[in-house]
Ligand binder design. Structure first.
Ligand code: FAQ
Length: 327
């Protein structure tokens, strides 16, 4: 369908025509653009998912930023600074994608600050040692990639487009985490132990990033029917486990999960039940660092007030001058 044909049936058309076009586009595995008609529930679930994703990127800067001043060399410090800046950029692309759905960034940020919006459970855990920065890069960014590569094909076009760039950057992030752990795992006994302890801490929480089990995931089915999500939480979690077990072996490390073993019949690794009570507590705001993360974000928001005011004043003057010129 051409853009011209599409625009005839987009904004301003009645719901029935819009609904029909929407269904045709989804059935053809095509993309929905911001000007297309879409069901209110589709819009709502996208704002929910994309804004939570944006919040996760922004809060996710904190555990790593804590280590910028303590990075073991100038090279490590500059790499980590670049990574943390990338996360801020990801947050901004995602807020922009969500804004195309009609919810302002101010509103989304306010929901985060009020504690009414969620962000990824993983960022409520502390980064205790330098090896944790390696584990975050390898396991957290690794899980993010497995989860997010299929989102590059999300039916909502601005989200999919944002994800393409984000995933490219996440690949670098994962490699830097791997490289930190590889060096530690091939260093002194104490360094190797530090790397092992870091992955012991992050294994379970990283697997929980994929969300609750399919039997307890209220949004998955509809999101998959709408081609927002392409795979279920459990399918992606399994894909991740299958990927990281041989990688851990290559690092010379292991996962302390007694149920983790290759299942010849399934052609996948079996793994132990995760602590879903802990997961529920963490997403309720009762994780080990939840209070600290939100305090820090609120403080940063307050500290940045003057920047927002200056930008708003500049925009007023600039646009004022522009419209005076064009008059
Ligand atoms: N944490 O029905 P489902 C990164 C909530 S970015 C907290 O299965 P859905 C990069 C879920 O929202 C990491 N809440 O939900 C980085 C829902 O609550 P709601 C973030 C969670 O949406 C690296 C409820 O539970 N990535 O790592 C979690 O179909 C290093 C029921 O769940 C994304 O956000 C959780 N783990 O599937 C940055 C990817 N899991 O909304 C810095 C995009 C579930 O009904 C440093 N998002 N919940 O109130 C997604 O793919 C999906 O939203 C899922 C959840 C898979 C997270």
């Amino acid at each position: 369908m051409t853009t011209a044909e599409r625009s005839l049936t987009s904004v301003g058309e009645d719901d029935a025509a819009g609904q029909k076009l929407f269904e045709e586009l989804i059935a053809a595995d095509s993309r929905i653009e911001p000007t297309d008609w879409m069901p209110a529930a589709y819009r709502k679930t996208l704002v929910r998912q994309v804004s939570q994703h944006a919040h996760s990127e922004i809060i996710g800067m904190q555990p790593e930023a804590n280590w910028i001043t303590r990075a073991p060399s100038l090279k490590r410090k500059s790499i980590l600074m670049a990574k943390v800046q990338d996360e801020a950029g990801h947050g901004l692309y995602l807020y922009s994608a969500a804004e195309t759905l009609g919810t302002s960034r101010d509103e989304m940020v306010q929901q985060l600050l009020d504690g009414t919006a969620k962000y990824s459970s993983i960022f409520n855990y502390p980064a205790r040692t330098w090896a944790d920065i390696g584990a975050i890069g390898w396991l957290v960014d690794g899980a993010a990639i497995v989860n997010q590569v299929p989102l590059c094909r999300a039916s909502y076009a601005p989200y999919g487009r944002a994800m393409v760039r984000i995933c490219k950057e996440e690949s670098f992030h994962q490699r830097q985490g791997w490289e930190i752990l590889y060096e530690l795992a091939h260093g002194t006994e104490a360094q190797k132990q530090m790397a092992q302890e870091a992955i012991n801490r992050f294994y379970g929480p990283a697997l929980q990033m994929f969300g609750p089990p399919d039997t307890d995931s209220p949004n998955s089915q509809q999101s998959m029917e709408w081609n927002i999500k392409r795979f279920s939480n459990d399918d992606l979690r399994q894909r991740f486990v299958d990927m990281i077990v041989p990688q851990a072996e290559a690092l010379g490390l292991h996962f302390e999960d007694p149920d983790l073993k290759w299942n010849e019949e399934r052609g996948h690794y079996d793994f132990g039940e995760l602590d879903w009570d802990e997961f529920k507590q963490v997403i309720k705001g009762e994780g080990p660092c939840s209070v600290q993360r939100m305090q820090r974000r609120r403080q940063a928001h307050e500290d940045g007030a003057w920047v927002r005011e200056a930008a708003a004043e500049f925009a007023k003057k600039y646009h004022g001058a522009e419209s005076a010129l064009s008059a």
